[in-house]
Design a protein around this ligand. Structure first.
Ligand code: DX5
Ligand code: ZN
Length: 219
């Protein structure tokens, strides 16, 4: 594995100081992870399209929007239009997958496919060419600060093999419970993009915490 990209998750930031949280990792974060939740797909509510527009004015870090919402077909391209550099939709929620990924790409963003821990990747093999990133959730989506699900590790290894065997040039991302205790085994399983919320923004020095995680992932 050549890279270890770290994407701090703003869900773990102080919501009264989101702009400061973005600036705190400038020059360190590869991208910023922006969770979008609708009270329906998950029992929580988070960042609106206007927040993406606002974030674009305070940071040059590319924005990775993770849509945990019903009907992403309707809303995903809007996040790209607001300046997200990647828009990830959940396999469990999307209805017209080709149409939705085409719309995201037409709006100028990369595309991501997310699957919950119990959703098999194999079901979407024939759709993977429509995506630039595959997100394997290592928690049940909805809240930060949960425990990393070790039982997802074999799924990560299998996905890594699948992408390599088929020559699919997708980044393999995980999200949930990534911290100093868990990142090394996830890296060994073949992850190249790590989302980390609590482990970055729960630290006294978010940038230093992020670089420490990267060092561990590359070890
Ligand atoms: C939860 C979100 C995550 C969350 C991860 O559904 O998708 O991005 O912020 O938080 P940690 O890193 O604390 O598990
Ligand atoms: Zn997320």
């Amino acid at each position: 594995m050549a890279t270890a990209q770290i994407y701090p998750s703003l869900l773990a930031a102080d919501f009264g100081r989101v702009a400061d949280a973005a600036r705190a990792v400038e020059g360190h974060a590869d991208w910023l992870h922006v969770d979008v939740m609708d009270y329906h797909f998950v029992p929580n509510l988070a960042f609106a399209p206007d927040t993406v527009t606002a974030l674009r004015t305070v940071t040059t870090i590319p924005l990775d929007c993770h849509l945990m919402i019903d009907d992403p077909d309707r809303w995903a391209a809007g996040y790209a239009e607001r300046g997200a550099a990647n828009v990830t939709i959940h396999a469990e929620a999307v209805r017209d997958l080709p149409r939705t990924t085409d719309a995201i790409r037409a709006a100028g963003a990369r595309t991501g496919l997310a699957v919950k821990p119990a959703t098999p990747v194999e079901r979407y093999v024939d759709d993977l060419h429509r995506f630039d990133l595959l997100l394997l959730m290592t928690i049940e989506p909805g809240f930060g600060g949960q425990k990393f699900m070790d039982e997802v590790l074999p799924k990560i290894e299998a996905a890594r093999r699948l992408l390599d065997d088929r020559g699919l040039d997708l980044w393999l991302q995980i999200d949930g419970g990534v911290n100093a205790e868990t990142i090394e085994r996830a890296a060994r399983a073949g992850v190249d993009v790590f989302v980390a919320g609590t482990a970055v923004y729960g630290a006294a020095d978010p940038a230093a915490a992020l670089e420490a995680l990267r060092g561990q992932a590359l070890a």
